[in-house]
Design a protein around this ligand. Structure first.
Ligand SMILES: Cc1cc2nc3c(=O)[nH]c(=O)nc-3n(C[C@H](O)[C@H](O)[C@H](O)COP(=O)(O)OP(=O)(O)OC[C@H]3O[C@@H](n4cnc5c(N)ncnc54)[C@H](O)[C@@H]3O)c2cc1C
Ligand code: FES
Length: 339
């Protein structure tokens, strides 16, 4: 109980000042280095505490950092191989405009900083038996989980089609080109500033046997939506595995006044901003996980009023026992969230 009301500096944080990575502590890690990758992306080397159970290539880790006094959690794919000898793991972060955590990690985080960690999770992974022919379809920071796989596994036949605005924006470019030189990878780079956006419907021009390949795709919603459509049209959707970094928001409507009754705060919210962001912005302690509607780590009772699911437009009205996912729900008129 004490922990609940003394955040953000919890009693265990004081204990951790003595031995921060001790076993039995909530899982933490220490940032040991931050290596720039491109103008806006960097790899963060983290030494996890003793409770870390390792990961499978392609999985992500949730990391909690204190940015300007507020603890914020975000998910990042692990880019280090699973057998790294020194026990360190890496994540590779692309700073996005106005992004609180991504800019903090890329531009401000210093070696020695303690971060909170969850165990690795996620099912964007390779099957037990290595597929004979693989395609990686990635764009921007969507290359990260795939790099984890490439560093972990020697594939027999792997093709990557990767999009980024310009050559210098391609994260891990030198390493990818080394793999190409060693004939371990066939790579097509699409530089969208000059080539335009990749047209997934014309993928066969670059990868004629794409439909035979077990495919892992990660990138912006437009790319993944187009890929899902294309693979379905050709009846090979079971060969396509996708990872999204944010939910596809299709609908927004009028917002309303949001009351966080347990905290005693009321704020105005538009109809497009997830209630999770609204609450955090107002200084309300909001539980969260993936922040994109898949983990249910954010579910909260809706005490009064109505909210809209940003993915479907569906309205949920308050009644006893109704729970909402705050990361994909926005106010649909006045509402009261039990936080
Ligand atoms: C499973 C999973 C794995 C991920 N792996 C990686 C990874 O390896 N590397 C990486 O850089 N990111 C990754 N992400 C995205 C990451 O979790 C954050 O969403 C991202 O860093 C932005 O957080 P922020 O605090 O900087 O932005 P916020 O402060 O939360 O948002 C700032 C603004 O940017 C918008 N926004 C939020 N997320 C994105 C996004 N991804 N792209 C574009 N605009 C966005 C918001 O709507 C808001 O307007 C992953 C996400 C998931 C769910
Ligand atoms: S935070 Fe994962 S479902 Fe909302």
């Amino acid at each position: 109980m004490l922990e609940l009301i003394t955040t953000p500096l919890l009693p265990s944080d004081y204990l951790d000042l003595v031995s921060p990575l001790r076993a039995g502590a909530d899982l933490r890690g220490r940032i040991e280095a931050v290596h720039p990758e491109t103008g806006d992306a960097a790899t963060v080397v983290i030494r996890p505490g003793k409770g870390w159970r390792g990961h499978t290539a392609g999985q992500y880790v949730r990391i909690g950092v204190d940015v300007d006094g507020v603890r914020l959690w975000r998910a990042y794919s692990l880019t280090s191989p699973t057998n790294r000898r020194d026990g360190r793991v890496t994540i590779t972060v692309k700073a996005i405009q106005d992004g609180k955590v991504s800019n903090y990690l890329v531009r401000r985080a210093k070696p020695g900083t303690l971060v909170q960690l969850d165990q690795a999770t996620g099912d964007f992974v390779l099957p037990q038996a290595k597929p004979p022919k693989v395609l990686f379809l990635t764009a921007g920071s969507g290359i990260t989980p795939v790099m984890g796989m490439l560093r972990d596994t020697a594939f027999d036949d792997v093709v990557m089609v990767h999009s980024a605005p310009r050559p210098q924006d391609v994260i891990f470019r030198d390493e990818l080109h080394d793999l190409v030189a060693q004939k371990k990878l066939r790579l097509t780079e699409v530089h969208t500033d000059t080539d335009g956006t990749l047209d997934v419907a014309r993928l066969a021009e670059t990868v004629p046997d794409w439909a035979e390949r077990e495919t892992w795709a990660c990138g912006p919603a437009g790319l993944l939506d187009a890929a899902e459509e294309h693979w379905s049209e050709h009846g090979v959707q079971e060969r396509l595995h996708t990872e999204r970094f944010r939910p596809s928001v299709v609908v927004a409507g009028a917002g309303g006044e949001v009351t966080f009754s347990a905290t005693g705060k009321t704020v105005d919210a538009d109809g497009a901003t997830p209630l999770l962001d609204v609450g955090e912005e107002a200084g309300v302690l909001m539980p969260s996980g993936c922040r994109m509607g898949i983990c249910f780590g954010c579910v909260t009772p809706l005490k009064a009023g109505a909210v809209r699911d940003l993915r479907t437009g569906e309205i949920t009205e308050a009644e006893p026992g109704v729970l909402i996912q705050t990361c994909v729900s926005a106010a649909a008129g006045p509402c009261d969230i039990e936080r």
